[in-house]
Design a protein around this ligand. Structure first.
Ligand code: OSB
Ligand code: MG
Length: 370
């Protein structure tokens, strides 16, 4: 594959409704869309970094800098024969997983198109539908949260995740559990607690939660192992896992019993598959996390979630959960059985609406092979 041209779009697109987590509230999403042309074929990628470094240290601006000043020169340096080579091509740059993943997505899209396969076939995915859950932000009141949850149940979402933060935790979780006694329910703390808050999580034990996601610090594994030893409810790590080494460390220390895989957080699809494989051999189930992606990033997540050890519903809701309209046409729509269909056309299998993309673009830059 000879990369000829890379177009970057810094976009800002309104969210259907505000999304509040323990680290802040978003009413719109900024990200970078990458469009790569190689051998006359076009591939797409979406950067999951946010405007602010509240979830991870990367931001849209740091990703733009890393991509343009350090990654693109390495991409243009020579042909790529397999997308799995991309992480080593970029390895000189330490960290900046989300910046790297943006370009790698487009490379996988192109490679699978060249092979005449949908991306999920190309990576050996085993399903044509993926089971999805919904991630619900903190609402102004507990009552409004319960109403939101019931609304998503009505649409047909089969797994509910609610965000928690200090002061909006046990009561919210209890109220939601009372409203949906038999539905798989989980909480995501986004690192808002300390080990000294362990009694709070002990009080959640009788709510029969599917898991507690990332209760402790974003860079911690050790204290999660202490907390997990105190709880029957499985801990799931999100923020703490950036590599196969982190996954092994977390599993071997008993810091979690489930891992959330986000391809952007681990530096792209190659590493995401490697983390999936490490977890599969250890008997640890994984699920596909989300970062409020548009249809472009969503398509990559959906392909990833077809691998066999994705044994729990992902944060892969339909396009209209976040964007209306989405940047792709047709959008991802919710099937009555609580799933999204995996695109069958070659590559990511999506059609980007170029007019819509241009309308949400704040800044565009084009780079050609020197
Ligand atoms: O922690 O999983 C998270 C969104 C932005 C940043 C972090 C997280 C989330 C979500 C939303 O929970 C998941 C989605 O895209 O539906
Ligand atoms: Mg999370």
């Amino acid at each position: 594959m000879n990369i000829e041209q890379v177009d970057l779009y810094h976009i800002r697109i309104p969210l259907v409704s505000p999304f509040e987590t323990s680290f802040g509230t978003s009413t719109e999403r900024e990200s970078i869309i990458a469009r790569i042309t190689a051998d006359g074929v076009t591939g797409w990628g979406e950067c999951v970094a946010d405007q602010e470094p509240g979830y991870a240290y990367e931001t849209v601006v740091t990703a733009w800098h890393i991509i343009t000043d350090f990654l693109l020169p390495r991409l243009f340096a020579g042909p790529i024969s397999d997308p799995r080579e991309t992480p080593s091509r970029f390895a000189w740059v330490r960290g900046h997983q989300m910046a790297k993943a943006t370009l790698e997505s487009a490379i996988w899209d192109i490679a699978s198109q060249q092979a005449g396969k949908s991306l999920h076939d190309y990576i050996g995915g085993a399903r044509d539908r993926v089971v999805v859950g919904v991630s619900i932000g903190i609402q102004p009141t507990t009552q409004q949260l319960v109403e939101k949850v019931l609304g998503f149940r009505e649409i047909g979402y089969t797994r509910i995740k609610i965000k928690i933060k200090p002061g909006r935790d046990l009561n919210d979780a209890r109220a939601v559990r009372a409203a949906i006694p038999d539905v798989p329910l989980m909480v995501d703390a986004n690192s808002a607690y300390r080990l000294s808050d362990a009694s709070l999580f002990e009080q959640m034990e009788d709510l029969n939660l599917l898991m507690i996601e990332q209760p402790l610090a974003y860079d911690d594994i050790y204290e999660h192992s202490k907390l997990q030893a105190m709880l029957r409810t499985p801990i799931c790590l999100d923020e703490s896992i950036h590599s196969t080494a982190d996954a092994r460390f977390a599993i071997e220390t008993g810091a979690c019993r489930i891992i959330n895989i986000k391809q952007g957080r681990v530096g792209g699809l190659t590493n995401a598959i490697a983390v999936h494989d490490v977890c599969a051999s250890a008997g640890v189930p994984v699920w596909c996390g989300g970062m409020l992606e548009t249809g472009i990033g969503r398509a990559l997540n959906v392909a990833l979630a077809t691998l066999p050890n994705f044994r729990l519903p992902g944060d892969l809701s339909a396009s209209n959960r976040y964007y209306n309209p989405d940047l792709i046409e047709p959008p991802f729509v919710f099937n009555a059985d609580g799933t999204l269909s995996v695109p069958t056309e070659p590559g990511l299998g999506i059609h980007v609406d170029q007019g819509r993309l241009d309308r949400v673009t704040l800044r565009k830059a084009t780079f050609c092979k020197p």
